[in-house]
Design a protein around this ligand. Structure first.
Ligand code: BGC
Length: 246
């Protein structure tokens, strides 16, 4: 059995658990800390260090899902985290500070990989788009099961800004929108994405996937749509899977 510590780094919370990669399941409790403000490399790394100590995991394999574009070990965006992450060599820095063998990928790609393998997307053909609706909107695109990494559908231009400012869960909370009003906004964003990419299937992830029943009646995409089966654990399981992609 392959056991990896999965750390799902978000703009609001940083969560970790030991994951059984054969089953795609958490084999320990999930520990969550608030993301420090400002969310700098130093402050966020301290939280990851704490998780490694909580799980007594020093020197053992770690996979991280991180809310930015990650290419060749470097963070290439910083939307809801401190600007100092921009062009920051995240893998080298974490290796040095955490003293563990590790890998980092985009958080939504991580959630997508987990959902695709262990959740609801495994039997889907064609273009499958998983959207994580949280502080921002993350996206993972799979064509016939193959991931196209680092897509940023939360940053598609939309109205006077970008889609995540209207259809993320934080937009709903910030503007205190009813599920009906927010659901209709999400539907417009999904229709926009549908027009641009013509997906076959959408998967809605993030914490709000648990409340799918409350807004599904406002969604009328041509593509089929369902909530992520792994709910919020996809982020941690997918983070652990990132380690195997090294
Ligand atoms: C970031 C993405 C991330 C998403 C979800 C967006 O603001 O740009 O990289 O996947 O939030 O955390």
């Amino acid at each position: 059995m392959k056991e990896i510590l999965g750390i799902d780094v978000g703009a609001t919370g940083i969560k970790g658990a030991i994951v059984d990669l054969d089953k795609g399941e958490l084999i320990t409790e999930r520990i969550k800390y608030p993301t420090p403000k400002p969310a700098t490399p130093q402050s966020m790394t301290e939280v990851m260090k704490q998780l490694i100590s909580d799980f007594n995991w020093k020197g053992k394999p770690v996979g991280v899902g991180f809310p930015a574009i990650i290419k060749e070990g470097v963070a290439l965006s910083a939307s809801n985290i401190d600007d100092t992450w921009l062009n920051f060599p995240i893998v080298g820095f974490l290796n040095k500070k955490l003293k563990c063998p590790l890998n980092v990928i985009n958080d939504a790609d991580a959630a997508g990989l987990a959902e695709k393998k262990f959740g609801g997307g495994s039997d889907k053909k064609g273009l499958v788009i998983l959207l994580t609706l949280g502080t921002g909107i993350g996206s993972a695109l799979f064509y016939n099961g193959v991931l196209l990494p680092n897509t940023e559908l939360g940053h598609l231009k939309y109205k006077d800004s970008v889609t995540e400012k209207y259809a993320s869960n934080s937009a709903r909370e910030l503007k205190d929108l009813s599920y009906k009003t927010w659901g209709k906004e999400l539907n417009k964003v999904l229709n926009h994405i549908e027009f641009v990419l013509a997906p076959d299937h959408f998967i809605i992830g993030g914490g709000i996937s648990k409340k799918f029943e409350k807004y599904k009646e406002y969604l009328d995409t041509d593509a089929t749509i369902e909530p992520a089966k792994m709910l919020n654990n996809a982020g941690i399981v997918g983070a652990a899977m990132a380690y195997t992609l090294m």
